[in-house]
Ligand binder design. Sequence first.
Ligand code: SAH
Length: 393
Amino acid sequence: MMIFLQKGRGSRNRQGHPWVYRTEIATVEGNPQPGDIVEVYDWRGKFLGRGYYNPASMITVRLLTSSREEPIDADFFRERVRQAWSLREKLLAGEPESDSCRVIFGEADFLPGFIADKFGDVLVVQSLTLGIDRWQEIIVDELIRLVKPRAVYARNDQEVRQLEGLPLYSRFLFGEANSPVVIRENGFPFLVDFVEGQKTGHFLDQRHNRAALRPFASGARVLDCFCHTGGFSVHAARYGAKEVTAVDISPHALTVARENARLNGVEERLHLVEANAFDFLREQDKKGEKYDLVILDPPAFTKSRSTVAAAARGYKEINLRAMRILKRGGYLVTCSCSYHMTEPEFLAVVEDAARDAKRRLQLIELRRQPQDHPVLIGYPESHYLKCFIFRVL
Ligand code: SAH
């Protein structure tokens, strides 16, 4: 079964990008069925790679290999899992203060559409595409062999699965464990509700950025916007913050945040507020409240290139407000997890906010995602997280 691209297409794939869009395809030969493995050629008939096919998806082929010979069978997927785990084994050994990390990061680990997070001795997996869903059992079997978890839980309830023509469900694929489970992150205990929480239950990609609060937290009055289960807030409190206000719109996230505060013995210094962070920031500004440290970690404001301008206005608004409520010499930790808002674009938005707020910025640190979320060169979508630390003067 073969797919031929339109004239001029395919150079991205030659540089290692695994996606073939529906709009790039000229002809499909051999009547492939959804989930089948197809060969992809450019318009001149040059081989580009093989991958799985789903005509229901805008990303119609996700390439698995650029080799013509390598068979795509159970061993192929087992080997990919072994490769992924061999990196995480090293990373975990070098990070004894944490027992959790991302084990499989989809495309960036050459397993497009598959995610696996290790939370202590529980693995939480997601298969997000039809093509990879067929191999879930093999992938999970290899994970069990290598990682030796107590339980594997599938969070296959994400709406993207519906677009792929897959059923939505959540259940244990292996063993059992109570949710929430307690993990250790940077030496601190955290609850992860992998059954009811957002995505897989905990945002592991921010754990090193949370640890980066350490020098700025001692004695500080802190505001953590979009706090989710309190990751940044609890770190700030444990690093000696005088008082932390944590804001989120989700009651469930705040319930877990409250328990995390208690688990860490910081509940007296951590105030949780259920609110829209945009409104809360505006009110704090109007009231003239002042903080030493503000953290902004919003959800992705844009999931496509076409809405970047609107997203930029959202990022500018919260960053502007944050600067206004920071004392002179206070610190701003500001994040964006929208891939479409690139690092230079995001930096420009923050600079723009500083001009309007009439504040000067010293860039203290330019941070990204941790090593267990590797960036695959040739696949820029894999660099999605930006985290800047500024002193705001
Ligand atoms: N900082 C968190 C992760 C943030 S994820 C951590 O370290 O774990 C984004 C969070 O923003 C989610 O918890 C979501 O509930 C919340 N959220 C989304 N829109 C919001 C809004 N308008 N105001 C406040 N919180 C919002």
